[in-house]
Write a protein that binds this ligand. Sequence first.
Ligand code: AMP
Ligand code: MG
Length: 419
Amino acid sequence: MTLTPPPLKNDCFALPPGTHWTPVDEALAELQARLHAVTGMETVSLDAALDRVLAEDVVAARSNPPQPNTAVDGYGLRHADIVEGPQVLPLVDGRSAAGAPFDGVLPAGHAVRVLTGATLPEGVDTVILQEDVTTNGAEIAFHGPLKNGANTRKAGEDVAAGDVILSMGRVLTPADLALLSATGTAEVQVRKRLRVAVVSTGDELAEPGSVARADQIYDANRPMLCAMIRRFGFEAVDMGRAPDDRAKLSAFLDGAAARADVILTSGGASAGDEDHLSALLNETGSMTLWRIAIKPGRPLALGLWQGTPVFGLPGNPVAAMVCTLVFARPAMGLLAGQGWQEPMRLLLPAAFSKNKKPGRREYLRARLVDGAVEVFQSEGSGRISGLSWATGLVELPDEAAVIAPGTPVTFIPYEGFGL
Ligand code: AMP
Ligand code: MG
């Protein structure tokens, strides 16, 4: 009997009928429901707190501002003394400057020199801008009326002592550090950094810097994944390259589980002869092969190795990156104690045309030109140059979509994924 190749079908690239492909949103909802923070806590000072995850709600120790003060350089006075039209007030001796308050009470019918940030002397409720007066050093002349409280800041108008200023799970920004410091907090309880082990798999992989055999390729995923993890604010644990050998890969996973809170592998996640990651996770009984309706990227092998979650990413670098951004990042965010992080999506006009079929979500490498979104010339999942060319991804809906220049599309800049 002669062996003949199976006939190609028209729909050979369509999704297999009768198979359930999990929609992206369903897969994400599963992750969101099942994962929780696994990291411990530690106390750090503000200078070590940037990008760390708050492990507690923070309450303002002090109000900001703590006392009423002046927002401008000018003259403090009593609003009740002011009439409409031109008028003159005598100046008292002394002044109130930031950090050097006026000592005493402003007598009725007088004004006092005040400088930005200075505590309002007792009796002062309103400040006139220095540009709005003329002065001979002993008096000021100006026009009324003035608004009661003009150019002043009330005590606690920004933050009142006791207010919750930042909530548990917050990833601290530079502005948050300003807020913490301003309200009198010098140390915060944060989550320990999530440790993420990265393993590449495949006999074809060589290390950059080494001489590669003609049939080898240099490992693209590991440097990319380690860098992404650092951008997410986690600690990357580079485990190196595992060969396509079940026992050896198993030893790599042992090492990764001992050193990290979560393991990201790439390659070997499908159901083929050399897909050892899938096979190993299958043996643990904890494995699910997620057949997700996404392009690029399926399948994703998820499981536990000695209790440590494993994300078995596809080997193709484009799929590995997309799956990391779409699935692994929010999942790791939960493990790190951040809560669920949605990417920042922008609706922008397309600068391309595409007829998208229904049944799966698609991510295209994209970038902005003159406020419109252009996509990379090829959707090939091995095209690493396109990942580098792009500044983000276009997210096309699960349903069918006809896109022409000008059609609004969802663009997620890499920064919108936390990169
Ligand atoms: P796999 O998922 O192991 O079947 O790999 C799918 C494709 O991705 C193959 O062409 C692999 O050679 C390629 N690939 C796997 N891992 C890497 C990697 N770390 N860097 C670059 N390409 C890879
Ligand atoms: Mg492989």
